[in-house]
Design a protein around this ligand. Structure first.
Ligand SMILES: C[S@@+](CC[C@H](N)C(=O)[O-])C[C@H]1O[C@@H](n2cnc3c(N)ncnc32)[C@H](O)[C@@H]1O
Length: 214
């Protein structure tokens, strides 16, 4: 598998290599938010769901609650330290229906056509057309997709913007597009809608994979 530098991506952020072991603790305040965005993804028992930028696997138990032992979670992440945490979590819980792919979403070899995809707090992935081409290209037509995370509040909320930037800086390579993080994703999906939350500092975007035409 090529290293990130070989394929022209920014290197893995220090937060993902040096602080992977404290990621769950550091982001614990967002647990109810995580429940809310997974709940926005209509899943059925037996579904295969792609957890893109799965990190340490904090969404795994929520997804498994919906898809059951007969379903499959495919976690994709390019930070080895984060995936090591995810692997340890899966082993500790005895989750056998989790497949982990250590690769950039842009180049991950996804071994199936999945029923759903989750993009939780992965701003950099959502700004990458190559990543969206690869991931959405491995979804069945009509598959549900949820993208959710932080965003800049309205322009007049200048003080809040500074707070948002500080909170997200450890986890984002580039704030480009942070005023409307779903801009690219919207182009891939039908029935697309966005709910802004927390005074416009977060969002949950939901839609369905568009059938490939031509
Ligand atoms: C803020 S964490 C979110 C983790 C998890 N989704 C959650 O909700 O806690 C962002 C994750 O995206 C991963 N990531 C960022 N860019 C990526 C890319 N191009 N391909 C795969 N993973 C990526 C990082 O390594 C990191 O684990």
């Amino acid at each position: 598998m090529p290293q990130a530098t070989e394929i022209g991506l920014a290197p893995v952020l220090p937060a993902y290599s040096e602080r992977a072991d404290s990621y769950d603790h550091d982001t614990a305040p967002y647990e109810s938010w995580r429940r809310r965005l997974v709940a926005a993804l209509p899943l059925r028992r037996g579904d295969t769901v792609l957890d893109v930028g799965c990190g340490t696997g904090l969404c795994f138990p929520l997804l498994l609650d919906e898809i059951g032992a007969e379903g499959t979670v495919i976690g994709i992440d390019d930070a080895p330290a984060m995936l090591a945490e995810a692997r340890a979590k899966a082993d500790a819980h005895g989750w056998r229906n989790i497949t982990l792919i250590e690769a950039p979403a842009e180049h991950a070899i996804i071994p199936c056509i999945a029923d759903a995809a989750l993009f939780s707090a992965v701003h950099d992935v959502l700004q990458s057309p190559a990543a969206l081409d690869n991931v959405i290209g491995h979804l069945r037509p009509g598959a549900w997709v949820v993208g959710a995370g932080g965003k800049f509040p309205p322009a007049w909320e200048v003080p809040l913007t500074f707070v948002v930037r500080a909170v997200h800086a450890p986890y984002i390579r580039d704030f480009t597009g942070f005023d409307r993080p779903w801009r690219l994703l919207e182009e891939y999906l039908d029935d697309f809608h966005v709910t802004e939350v927390a005074f416009g500092t977060g969002y949950i975007a939901v839609g369905r994979a568009r059938p490939v035409t031509g």
